[in-house]
Design a protein around this ligand. Structure first.
Ligand code: AMP
Length: 191
């Protein structure tokens, strides 16, 4: 199986690139952010629980992630692996993911981080706020999401470096340029 994590700060282009990579390499795309947004839209119990947390730009508590992950992992249906987008975001989530994959005799193949300039990312997010009207794209919430990323998610880089699974690509070019850099990393892995 080819199991990838697309890593990077909010606004680094993980969503856009994950969809393209999922299509090219026949992977199941797992975006925990998308799952939560759909739960909120459908006003499910989980959606109601997480709505205010997400609107503030804080992280949803780890135990809730385990719940949705188990379900998401069961959506493999003929795919060649998974691409995780916006997950894991904490040490605990990374460990839980490793354990869940291990139970399936599987593991993470590679973590690909999008290297972007922080100012550029804030600019992109403010632009997306206007286009999509996401409630967590106001300036105040964006700054909080950046801080949460730095404090809770960025430390995962060393977790995956220790496992020898971490690579970085330049996330500052055009969508197609970045897509090519990511694809090259995946193809190297397959050779
Ligand atoms: P995203 O679309 O990936 O930026 O996620 C939007 C929001 O959903 C985040 O700001 C968090 O509040 C929540 N969220 C998504 N994925 C996770 C995760 N793996 N752990 C905790 N919270 C998450």
């Amino acid at each position: 199986m080819l199991n990838l994590i697309l890593f990077g700060p909010p606004g680094s282009g993980k969503g856009t690139q994950s969809l393209k990579i999922a299509e090219k390499f026949n992977l199941a795309h797992i975006s925990t952010g998308d799952i939560f947004r759909s739960e909120i839209k459908n006003k499910t119990e989980l959606g109601i629980k997480v709505q205010s947390i997400i609107e503030k730009g804080d992280l949803v508590p780890d135990p809730l992630l385990i719940e949705i992950l188990e379900n998401a992992l069961n959506q493999l249906k003929g795919k060649s692996g998974y691409i995780f987008d916006g997950f894991p975001r904490t040490h605990q989530q990374a460990k839980d993911l490793d354990i869940m994959l291990e139970k399936r005799n599987d593991s993470i193949s590679l973590v690909i981080a999008l290297d972007v300039d922080q100012n550029e990312v804030v600019k992109r997010l403010l632009n997306r706020a206007q286009l999509e009207g996401r409630k967590d794209d106001t300036e105040e919430v964006i700054l909080n999401r950046m801080e949460v990323y730095q404090n809770q998610t960025a430390p995962l880089i060393s977790y995956y470096k220790k496992q020898g699974k971490f690579v970085q690509v330049n996330g500052m070019g055009s969508i197609e340029e970045i897509f090519k850099s990511i694809s090259d990393q995946i193809q190297q892995l397959q050779h």
